[in-house]
Write a protein that binds this ligand. Structure first.
Ligand code: DC
Length: 237
């Protein structure tokens, strides 16, 4: 752990989809010895639960059924020694891979727009940040979950560059993909996240903008670590 890691703060990273928020957040948490929480994974886990229970079809959620069942859904993270990261568990089952499936991605925006779901997860996210020393990424972390976070970063990048990165990743995995389809999915998700009624994606007034269109990962890490250093120096002991 670095010297910086000894004085714990909360780091909130929000921004548009496919900006590389989780990659950056994970690496920053590792360097500081902080906990990393991917809040999007929590919305994905609830979506997976809905899909398995037949409570969501083609983006239409059975709200009454979900509401009744919500307090029986247990979400937690466990350390995976193989990847050195925390995997998400749904009712005790490791679902880190399942939540990345296309069907989950296609329905998660609708589930994440439901107020009761957001309140249920925000309460758990706030509990995780009680002892500070946490990096959490999402869409409402600096505005709703930790409005008093010491460091807030809002990430963005040119949509075509984000689509190109996602395209390259999928091609590397031998997946058949179409660039224009990826681009339209990214812009549609941005519009949905920005325009929903419940906790829309917004840059908090005190968030620092990070446009990573033309930055390497290393450049982004050192930029953020510089900001952490400034915040740690200026925050109360
Ligand atoms: O970051 P991601 O793509 O895994 O997020 C999945 C979905 O959850 C996406 O539609 C945005 C939503 N989300 C949210 O509304 N609030 C968060 N704090 C994190 C994710």
């Amino acid at each position: 752990m670095t010297e910086l890691g000894k004085k714990k703060i909360i780091i909130a990273i929000d921004g548009y989809s496919s900006c590389g928020k989780s990659t950056v957040a994970k690496e920053i948490a590792k360097q500081l010895g902080y906990i990393f929480i991917d809040s999007g994974a929590m919305y994905r886990a609830i979506t997976l639960d809905c899909l398995r229970a037949g409570r969501v079809t083609n983006g239409i959620v059975d709200l009454a059924g979900l509401q009744e069942h919500l307090d029986q859904i247990r979400i937690n993270f466990i350390f995976n020694p193989a990847t050195l990261h925390n995997d998400i568990c749904l009712n005790g089952e490791n679902v880190e891979l399942e939540i990345r499936q296309l069907e989950v991605a296609q329905n998660v925006s609708q589930v994440a727009a439901i107020g009761v779901v957001r309140r249920f997860l925000v309460a758990q996210q706030q509990e995780m940040g009680k002892s500070k020393g946490i990096v959490m990424d999402g869409r409402d972390i600096g505005t709703v979950v930790f409005p008093k976070a010491e460091l807030k970063i809002f990430m963005t990048a040119d949509p075509r560059i984000r689509a190109q990165r996602r395209y390259d990743e999928m091609v590397a995995k031998n997946e058949a993909v179409d660039f224009e389809e990826i681009l339209s999915n990214i812009t549609a998700r941005d519009r949905f996240d920005e325009n929903r009624e419940e906790s829309p994606l917004r840059r908090a007034e005190d968030a620092i903008l990070l446009d990573n269109s033309h930055l390497t990962r290393e450049e982004q890490f050192s930029w953020i670590l510089e900001k952490v250093e400034e915040k740690v120096k200026n925050s109360c002991p």
